[in-house]
Design a binder for this molecule. Sequence first.
Ligand code: ADP
Ligand code: MG
Length: 693
Amino acid sequence: MNVPQMFGENVFNDAVQKETLPKEVYKALRATIESGKQLDVSIAGTVAAAMKDWAVSKGATHYTHWFQPLTGLTAEKHDSFIEPEGDKVIMRLTGKSLIVGEPDASSFPSGGSRATFMARGYTAWDPTSPAFVKEGTLYIPTVFVSYTGETLDKKSPLLRSMNAIDKQAKRILSLFGITCKKVSTTVGPEQEYFLISEEMYEKRKDLRLCGRTLIGAPVSRGQELEDHYFGVLKPKIAEFMADLDKELWSYGIPSKTKHNEVAPAQHEMAPVFSTTNTAVDMNMLTMEIMRKVAKKHGLICLLHEKPFEGINGSGKHNNWSMSTDAGFNLLDPGASPEHNTLFKLILAAVVKAVDDYQGILRASVASAGNDHRLGANEAPPAIISIYLGDQLGALVDSIVKGEDYVPRKALEGSIGVPESPIFPKDATDRNRTSPFAFTGNKFEFRMLGSQANVSDPNIVLNTIVADAFEQFADELDGAKDIEAAANAITERELKAHYRIIFNLDGYGPEWEPEAMRRGLLNNKTTADAVPVCFEDKNIQVFVKQGVYTKAEAVARANIQLENYTKIINIEALTLLEMVKQDIIPAVSDYVADLCTNVAAKQAVNDSIPCNTERDIIMKLSEGNDKLSSLVVKLEDELGAIVMDEVIPASQAMAHGVIPIMEEMREIVDGMEKITSSEYWPYPTYFDLLYSVK
Ligand code: ADP
Ligand code: MG
């Protein structure tokens, strides 16, 4: 395989554009992509024709506008290129079809922002993310808006938030004498996932309907030996990963790192970072391709945040930074950050933004699946805090406390034998327990769920940092001594927001009470985290930065709660079905057989001991009875919920339904351990986690 040659072969990328477009058209298109210049609509026809010719040469017969509605997934509606001419057809894509499409919007969630009878929605071409050919179809990345201009997707607000940063960051940079065409945010999302056998998966209703196991006793060997992390890949997994890379590369997705993760059957893929909107598109495509390639190998890729109880769940690390079109990274501290006024100011802006808007940042990663990670017994906790590391931590401490700063040098490492090389060590060790960690020249936001669309947290991050930049720039405009004025702002803001910085163990038991003392938010469930989005301050920041109108912000929070409520409802109904149709009957059959055995033994001789059978019969019968009464309790609880009232409904799910489901699970898992495996109706955790060779 010639990787450089096949990389991006399915993408209408810069190189192909250059080759297939007339010079002027190419230049106009690049100006839009690179410096955000308004698209010149008159070039659309030429671009469309070139795109179509290229796609047809790749075997495409159809095209689709590809968009990201508020379901969190991607959506597509395929049209063929054919256009009748006499009794023949020609293949055609017009400029208009490239620029705009009109899928019926009424069946997508709108959070009450749009009545169903006003169903018109438009998809509009996003030229900044390249089109690609997949399975005979040309995919055109688009944004999705309503007839009245409300955004109906995750991409348009993302683009708006990137615009907001661009505008405000350029103001800050120009105060320091740096001019550039564009400041873009960059993201490298690390993706965790599980791979299990398709055969086992097919037999589990919960995995098929909910993406996670609702029941299942822990297996005797979990992750306690810590031998899976970075371990040797099993042959079947290695084949999958090789195939995955090949596919990803063909779509221009720079898949870079792959390895086993902490839990058995858990793995990770990390791409090289790119501009945020492209990174989002690529991550959506990556998840889809992971599922598809897995199936080809007889595997199922689970992207749920918590497919299995008792072992680690999956997340997505959002590595985030900002850089100019000339490649200057705004979060690069340079060799001596203590003298880098601009860097310190930018750092202060991020610290301020994250502290002021910790509520919406937390809410942006809230989902039914992610609730099993954040704030549950697995971290990062639901509390937002920032880890700066030894070097910047000491610098910020010195600023806040007015003390001298002693610079830390990057260290040299050696293992103490002359044959091994001396290697440069980072100035700072890692802290894996922080939800928002500075890692050299970027921040790593670690709270994202594995199946999330990474737009959501990036929309918030971009918006709140743009807002802090705007405040700083307003204040600095016209300052006589920019250095002094900037340092004063940095000092003031770091002092004001010092509480959000936490450099110690975020998983430790001391942190939660300490965070409470500091007044930090700790919203453990989606039902409790999302309502902050309705607070005026949290809406106004979006309005001010031109990212959401008030109606859009409210609609999105409603959709998030509605989605949460629906997911828990599906999970509860699935659990009820499994318990009533499979678990209770299976256990009852086993008990009946044990009773027959006891009777048979007694018939032979009533002094034959039957204590084992009697004990199991007793425990399982009690278990089944308890389960039956919890079934009634859960059905009553669900029956009382009015799904349309999103806030009370989500509260009832979080604090009424889920605890009953957990209670049921405990009983089922206890019964699984003492029921003969011949009778148990589902593959066990052992089957699920250890059957791939
Ligand atoms: P770490 O080892 O700290 O996790 P890596 O260098 O392995 O860091 O990078 C992890 C992820 O961060 C990768 O996806 C990488 O491309 C991404 N990344 C690196 N630099 C940046 C940046 N400036 N902006 C966004 N993401 C970045
Ligand atoms: Mg990382």
